[in-house]
Design a protein around this ligand. Sequence first.
Ligand SMILES: Cc1cc2nc3c(=O)[nH]c(=O)nc-3n(C[C@H](O)[C@H](O)[C@H](O)COP(=O)(O)OP(=O)(O)OC[C@H]3O[C@@H](n4cnc5c(N)ncnc54)[C@H](O)[C@@H]3O)c2cc1C
Length: 231
Amino acid sequence: MTTGLPNANRQKSILILGAGPSGLSTALRLAQIAPHLTDRILILEKAHHPRPKLCAGGLTADAEAILQRLGLDVSEVPHVDASAAHLDFAGKGLTISPPNTHALRIIRRNEFDAWLAMKARDKGIEIREGVTVKNVVSRNDFVIVETDAETFAAQIVVGADGSNGITRRRILPNDSIHTARVLEVLAPSQPPPNSLNLGEVPKAEGVGFDIIPLCLKMNNKSLNPRYANSA
Ligand SMILES: Cc1cc2nc3c(=O)[nH]c(=O)nc-3n(C[C@H](O)[C@H](O)[C@H](O)COP(=O)(O)OP(=O)(O)OC[C@H]3O[C@@H](n4cnc5c(N)ncnc54)[C@H](O)[C@@H]3O)c2cc1C
């Protein structure tokens, strides 16, 4: 149930819902361009870092550039550089193979997100973990955010709680929830002898596969010749 205005210590200037890359980088950028706001930002996160996150872990050059502009050195996070990347969708593909640098830097999301959270905390940004946002209600001059712990009021709320998060559901109440089936495989940097040969990809430790290409490989049927005869 929506309550009245919370007491002063639960009134925040900027409330960020979700401590994934979007929420954390928004907070870091705000602290960078307006340091006086740093102690007026609060991030609410339902999980505790390091938390699992299904993801292929491929950091693009753009992502690295953004992190660099935030003054962060992502090479601090355990990673493997992939010299080439191939993306497929419905039989159409794109290969990225830059000549003098890596195509993608592969990280593990639990490690990467926890590192980013640590960097935010180092800058003085408060993150409250283990707090689940239950409702977001817009009023004339502020936004009420109800959680399983307490209720907050904020001048600005940043919804960074993921593509199926409560913010999206409040803004688009009639929109359907999108679900995909995905299998993530953490492969060793050197495949053990007699293991399933997954072609070129397992050279990068921590890489994830979407299930469709994996199934195609295992059936030895491929939309793309790159996947054929590799199982
Ligand atoms: C299978 C798969 C593979 C992918 N591979 C790649 C890839 O290789 N490279 C790439 O760049 N992107 C990849 N992505 C996309 C990438 O994972 C997302 O773009 C990224 O996670 C979005 O970050 P975010 O911070 O917006 O959301 P999230 O990472 O989802 O973070 C949202 C945070 O909000 C928290 N939260 C959610 N609900 C609440 C609530 N009610 N209250 C409090 N906290 C809440 C969650 O616990 C989470 O920590 C992949 C996605 C999938 C599904």
